[in-house]
Ligand binder design. Structure first.
Ligand code: NAD
Length: 385
């Protein structure tokens, strides 16, 4: 039996934040970060709570790629002021931190017998789709671990495109490529279904149509709304095609060891993995190759054969990255060559045991992953069997 889970309730559009006025709560914990405070986004939430006389407290020092120490800090705070409503306002890092705190507190303090608080996720990047996934990524030393549990799913996701307008171009590019990567990996995942495929196809079309516009003009709320919805749909696709593929496995390790932002790491690795999954330098007739070709066809690109379709998709990915001035290779991101070589085997070992690896359409070994990292280092798509 297969399953497609529809949760949470999704409120979207330019006035979506107003759903907060419907919620009843006595004490709210707002989980967020310094950027949300600086850009006045946290205040847009707290003003609504104040207007209704709801007591609230802010935890605003979540760091990017939250680690165990961050989660422990959040657990202590939440344990001391146990809220009946948790609102996570921020990018994937903030939402993942809130998820991990709620989950870990329920696991470690069952004797407290407290009800799980209502959990509202408000993404401020169009990237991870964390607001609709049953995953949370937490760093332990230099390794990113993926927590997987359906209780991590928020109760309500609020998609308000005006909250994304302040995202700077480089982060818009990184997070937007993360959306594309979620759709591509969900589409060829071993656990893909008609349901996840339908979402992934729509996402790929919206990313190619609207991401460049968001990058050029962050205030274009129409383009922002399309990308925000695409991010959420990609999250719905991959949480149900559980999980992703080796672009994410390799990106988790690269991000954990060298602090390359998550979306950028995916952007650096994605085309190499597409070529490898498609067996581009061999027969190029795998199921993944045919599915990539179908995506190229949906993008109105030449795709009369799997090979032509995969070529079109690879060119389209590179063109999209170039349009947003993204780095072509890891060697262009400030990572030192000697350090990269020295940590390569460690990253490969992490990627092999990553939870995203088992659903990749082609089973990798250490040699293949090493070669993919080497290709991504230079940015050249070369032969890899
Ligand atoms: P992020 O949350 O780390 O944010 C990146 C930067 O953008 C931060 O400095 C943040 O302060 C800033 N920012 C966020 N919103 C902004 C806004 N509106 N205006 C200005 N600046 C803003 O980045 P992300 O890509 O959203 O999340 C990445 C994290 O999510 C990684 O740790 C990744 O592993 C994880 N992730 C989780 C899932 C999941 O399903 N749970 C899926 C993919 C990735």
């Amino acid at each position: 039996m297969s399953e497609f889970l529809l949760k949470p309730r999704i409120c979207f559009g330019q006035d979506a934040l107003s759903v907060l006025d419907e919620l009843t709560a006595c004490h709210v914990l707002l989980v967020t970060d310094q950027a949300m405070v600086k850009f006045g986004l946290a205040e847009r939430v707290t003003q609504r709570l104040c207007a209704r006389g709801i007591d609230w407290q802010v935890w605003d020092d979540v760091v990017a790629d939250p680690d165990i120490a961050t989660v422990v800090r959040g657990m202590k705070l939440m344990d001391s002021c146990y809220p009946d409503l948790v609102i996570a306002l921020g990018g994937g890092s903030v939402i993942d931190a809130a998820k991990a705190v709620i989950f870990a507190l329920a696991q470690t303090r069952p004797e407290a017998g407290r009800e799980r608080p209502c959990f509202v996720a408000i993404p401020t990047t169009s990237g991870t789709g964390s607001e609709v996934t049953s995953f949370s990524v937490v760093k332990a030393h230099a390794e990113k671990l993926v927590l997987v549990d359906s209780s991590l799913l928020p109760d309500i996701a609020i998609l308000d495109p005006s909250l994304v307008a302040s995202v700077p171009p480089a982060i818009t590019a990184d997070t937007g490529m993360d959306v594309l990567c979620h759709a591509l990996e969900a589409y060829v995942s071993l656990a893909a279904s008609d349901f996840s495929d339908a979402l992934a196809e729509k996402v790929v079309q919206q990313v190619f149509s609207y991401l460049p516009g968001c990058w050029r003009n962050g205030q274009d709320l129409q383009a922002r709304e399309k990308m925000h919805n695409a991010s959420c749909m990609a999250g719905m696709a991959f949480t149900n095609a559980s999980l992703l593929g080796i672009t994410h496995s390799l990106a988790h390790a690269l991000g954990g060891v060298f602090r390359v932002p998550h979306g950028r790491a995916n952007a650096l690795l994605m085309a190499h993995v597409v070529a490898w999954n498609a067996d581009y330098h061999g027969q190029c007739d795998t199921l993944a190759a045919r599915k990539y070709a179908r995506l190229a066809h949906l993008l109105d690109l030449p795709a009369s054969t799997p090979r032509e379709g995969v070529t079109s998709l690879l060119v389209a990915i590179q063109t999209l990255k170039d349009e947003m001035n993204m780095p072509r290779g890891i060697n262009d991101t400030g990572v030192n060559a000697a350090d990269f070589d020295q940590r390569l085997a460690e990253m490969v070992a992490q990627a092999l045991r990553d939870s995203c690896t088992p659903t990749n359409p082609r089973e990798p070994d250490a040699r293949a992953l090493t070669e993919l990292y080497r290709q991504a280092w230079s940015g050249n798509i070369a032969q890899c069997h």
